[in-house]
Ligand binder design. Sequence first.
Ligand code: SPV
Ligand code: MG
Length: 437
Amino acid sequence: MKKNNKKSVYIALAADSIHHGHMNLIEVGRKYGEIIIGLITDSAIAEYKRIPYLNFNQRKKILSNLRGVSKVVPQNEYDYSKNISKLKPDYMIHGDDWKYGKEKSLRVNALKALKKYGGKLIEIPYTKGISSDALTKFHNLSLVTPDSRRGMLRRLLEIKKISRFIEAHSPISALIGENISITKKGKNLTFDGFWSSSLTDSTSMGKPDNEYVDNTLRLNGINNIFDVTSKPLIFDGDTGGKKEHFDMKIRSIERLGISAVIIEDKTGLKKNSLHKNTSNQTQENADIFAEKISIGKKAQSSDDFMIIARIESFILNKDVKDAMRRAKKYVEAGADGIMIHSKSKKPNEVFSFSRQFRKLFKNIPLIGVPSSYNHVTEKQLAQNGFNVVIYANHMLRASYPAMVKVAGEILRNGRSKESDKKLMSINEILNLIPGTK
Ligand code: SPV
Ligand code: MG
């Protein structure tokens, strides 16, 4: 076909990993006219799968520099029809793979929009043997640096309504959080990152959750997790320890590529917050705690790193007024976010806090840990102003009973045959970690 620069050609791409399949679309597009790329936005991608490795502007920069591309416009959802109706391109180009499977309805909608004004759909054979998702996964793992990983939490907060973090106490538990995904209503659901819990780090070492397991040990564990994963991590920093040590602590935590540390406003021998009786726990004076936060904020070297203040008022049977008084002080001291904790089975107190908090602070991230009020959904948390949900201990709590069961069964039976159906097969474990075979 003769080149006709007056005609416009629409191609929608996510283009997180650009490859020859994309170039096939562009090459054909060039023949038909000037190409407009509808670039899927970060938040549209995040609705359906893991956030892109490259952000919108980085992806836009690559595409804008391709021959034949006249402009790059945002496409705010996977559905093409809105942009098609708005831009009325003469042609739209797409791989023919969307005739089948889950993208079928997108094709129907695009065709409807094109038909309204006489636009044409050109389908070209799908380029086999290359997968954008597989490339992105490879990029995520092989190109992650401490800086890029650290910045992912702030990106998530910008892009997603609510981000979900799963506890990881070992590289193998973290690999589950890294790789697991399920498809629900056409969306690919994954965990956005990891929570390094003092409770499960201590418990998995057979130690009490009272700050005996020190930072050096815990950071060593996280380094091992980081060896094999790419997602961001939020670190449970307990009380933060002595304020005189806090600047050094922050530097060690930040340097590793951890995105945020959460410190709780308690003093004395730290005990876990979920104990029924917390009468032996003491909340720190709010001004002293605020000072610790500002020491930390001065010590960090990147803009991305976050120090989040955890308010223990409800744990210590105080009211929402006390929690709000503290929240104001901690935000003034520079806290980048607030975690509000509760051991109640109901979310009433955390929601009364979040309502008041949101009136005062529209954009300060709010983190919830629904361990005890676990009937509350992510959607409800988001509706109540929460930006991050942490599943704080679930991987360890899942694995321990499974191990106890099998160990008991082996004793009872004097052999392991009966336990086989509860175990992954030898073949599965040999295939689990690449390079084992
Ligand atoms: C942890 O996971 O260690 C926490 C959350 O600090 S909680 O156990 O609920 O106190
Ligand atoms: Mg803890």
